[in-house]
Ligand binder design. Structure first.
Ligand code: HEC
Length: 216
């Protein structure tokens, strides 16, 4: 019996759809939780930072959508197990803290051998962690095969921590000139008629914006 061409094409479409659907089901799915608000108290201990950082790495930091912990074999992304020890020697001249900072703020400036670039900058959208959140993630990374030393007063090349609350800045602290650059200001100010009312600012020390500028 001759099967009509139309039916054969239909059967082929059905079979390939079913096949790809089946393969798709076999790919492990990572559940991505919506970002939850993480409150980072300034007095967190390093141990508490590890726990907060672990939560961020598994949650809104999205690290674990790419990175595994304790998996071997052909991996697309570097595994996190023991990363604390490797971080101390990955890049000559960078401590583990500076290496982790570079990995998160400027992922493409060093590519782990055997892997491809593709990690997003963690301090920028869409992930957009704050400097403090990144410090807690660093504490978590340090806990994977090492001893966490990061505190919320730790400075590094991408972040200058404010002095400890109520305390003098640690001796030998470099001046704040390498602080993170200020957010880019809007280049073109919209026309003045919608500008903020020219009432003097209630904040002491804030000069009223010149005509035509818009208070951000
Ligand atoms: C989209 C996937 C992706 C996400 C999300 C991601 N990474 Fe990565 N990460 C990579 C890739 C790819 C590399 C290897 C290439 C490189 O060195 O940039 C890498 C490398 C690293 C390294 C260097 C590892 C080593 O062995 O030296 C660290 C540390 C790291 N990531 C931390 C993080 C942290 C922390 C987060 C979450 C805040 C994160 N990554 C989120 C893809 C990702």
């Amino acid at each position: 019996m001759k099967i009509p061409v139309g039916l054969r094409i239909f059967a082929l479409i059905l079979a390939s759809t079913a096949f790809y659907g089946y393969v798709g089901q076999m790919v492990p799915q990572n559940e991505v939780q919506p970002p939850e608000a993480v409150v980072i108290r300034a007095d967190l201990t390093t141990e508490e930072m590890v726990e907060v950082g672990r939560g961020i790495a598994e949650g809104k930091g999205l690290c674990r959508t790419c990175h595994t912990v304790g998996q071997t074999g052909a991996l697309r992304f570097p595994d996190f197990a023991g990363v604390a020890a490797r971080a101390q020697t990955r890049v000559p001249g960078l401590s583990d803290i500076e290496y982790f900072a570079q990995s998160m703020y400027e992922p493409d400036s060093f590519i782990v051998p055997g892997f491809n670039p593709g990690m997003p900058a963690i301090n920028r959208p869409p992930i957009g962690l704050t400097d403090q959140e990144i410090l807690t993630v660093m504490a978590y990374l340090q806990s994977l095969g090492g001893t966490p030393t990061v505190t919320l007063q730790t400075s590094h090349a991408y972040y200058k921590a404010p002095p400890a609350p109520g305390g003098a800045p640690p001796a030998g602290e470099p001046p704040a000139d390498n602080a993170a650059p200020a957010e880019a200001l809007p280049l073109a100010a919209p026309p003045a008629e919608k500008a903020a009312p020219s009432a003097p600012s209630a904040l002491p020390g804030v000069t009223p914006a010149p005509a035509g500028a818009v208070t951000p």
